[in-house]
Design a binder for this molecule. Structure first.
Ligand SMILES: Cc1ncc(COP(=O)(O)O)c(C=O)c1O
Length: 393
């Protein structure tokens, strides 16, 4: 049955062009197409390291199957505080400044819900991950895209962000490394934006879920180097670092007032993160890192190979990703819209990609390719994209 009444906010939430591509690919495969190369994937292709899965199994069989406190297991919050200190370069109090969430996604949604009023504006430097926009809408805010410059490799331009600030700006979303571009924002640029935000009592929401997948120099988290860390809400997660997307463990770090408000609010949403998954996360954060390091090396090898291969394709270019596992390629010379090109590449060349327009207006003319697939499939996909470029020049 269709035609039922929905809340007004749903009129602003559309199905993203990325999701349309996923659905098209699924339909093609259900109809028998078996040659598709998947370069649209947003999660590590590795399995969760076995000691993590074992810890979850042990916890479940020992009876850790009940609710935990809204904030999460104290032992996990302590492990998060320790890892924040060692990998993000700032300290948090595990009892008052850490909230365990159901993935980074819940942390992002809660951060907005507790700091943004209906009618406020949330600045989104784009291209950016589409869920940020939906999360702003969920909080009743107006998402404001701040288009970054493709000719500058989508680096963070603080002037553009500051020019978009108004007295209704309540938050600025900064995801670094970025999904979809893989850019790591320059700390000076971030500092300038963070200072301007704090002056207006607006928060920087620092989405750092890819912060342990870096191909350049080690970077501390944003809250570790800005002058007003009390205006930074940090979101992190086990998903990408530990190949744990399905376990749904993330966290929100921030000042006590914000974390406490988010903790109260989530009693009415998810109440707590799966207890079994929280035990798995403790094992991830405190256990051996050799499998994680092997994954990081594999991503680095793929990243180098993808960047070299794209440089060889006439008319296609990309800013070299400095983190995460995506390349955002410029294919603007070959077609009208990124969605129509993505559809053509799927139908005629058998490669599934994410159209750039799904990441905001600044992404038009681009495609996001993920290198969360094995090297031979990635090479096959890039050969086919080269054929698309040659045929459409
Ligand atoms: C930029 C960004 N932030 C946050 C997330 C949330 O990840 P999770 O909820 O699995 O921690 C994702 C997932 O794709 C992402 O790409």
């Amino acid at each position: 049955m269709t035609g039922n009444r929905l809340a007004d906010r749903m009129s602003a939430v559309e199905q993203s062009p990325i999701r349309q591509m996923f659905d098209l690919a699924k339909r093609a495969e259900a109809a028998g197409r078996d040659d598709l190369v998947h370069l649209e994937i947003g999660e590590p292709d590795f399995d969760t390291p076995s000691h993590i899965t074992q810890a979850a199994f042990d916890a479940a069989t020992a009876g850790a199957t009940h609710y935990t406190s809204n904030a999460g297991l104290p032992e996990l919050r302590k492990a998060i505080a320790q890892t924040t200190d060692s990998t993000h370069g700032f300290t948090v109090d595990p009892t008052t400044e850490v909230l365990v969430t159901t993935g980074g996604m819940e942390a992002l949604a809660l951060a907005m819900l507790v700091t943004v009023n209906p009618g406020d504006e949330v600045l989104l430097p784009t291209p950016s991950w589409p869920n940020h926009r939906t999360q702003a809408i969920l909080a009743g805010a107006t998402p404001i895209e701040v288009a970054l410059d493709p000719d500058d490799g989508f680096t963070l331009d603080p002037e553009r962000v500051i020019d978009s600030m108004t007295d209704r700006t309540a938050a600025v979303m900064l995801a670094t490394p970025s999904n979809p571009t893989g850019r790591v924002f320059d700390p000076d640029a971030v500092r300038t934006v963070a200072d301007a935000a704090a002056e207006r009592d607006a928060y920087v929401i620092a989405d750092e879920v890819y912060s342990r997948l870096l191909y350049g120099e080690y970077q501390t988290g944003i809250a570790g180097y800005v002058d007003s860390p009390d205006h930074v809400l940090t979101v992190e997660s086990c998903s990408k670092t530990f190949a744990m997307t399905g376990w749904r463990v993330g966290w929100l770090l921030g000042p006590e007032d914000v974390v406490s408000a988010a903790t109260i609010l989530r009693e009415s949403t998810t109440a707590c993160t799966s207890t079994i998954s929280q035990h798995a996360a403790i094992a991830a954060l405190t256990g051996p890192m050799d499998e994680v390091e092997a994954m990081q090396l594999a991503f680095e090898e793929r990243r180098d190979s993808v960047v070299d291969r794209i440089a060889d394709i006439d008319g296609v270019s990309c800013p070299p990703p400095e983190g995460a596992f995506y390349v955002f390629i410029d294919v603007g010379d070959f077609g009208e819209s990124s969605l129509s090109m993505a559809k053509q590449i799927l139908e005629d060349y058998g490669v599934v990609t994410a159209p750039g327009s799904g990441f905001g207006g600044a992404g038009e003319g681009q495609l996001r390719l993920s290198f969360a697939n094995n090297l031979s499939r990635i090479e096959e996909g890039l050969d086919r994209i080269e054929a698309f470029a040659a045929d459409n020049r």
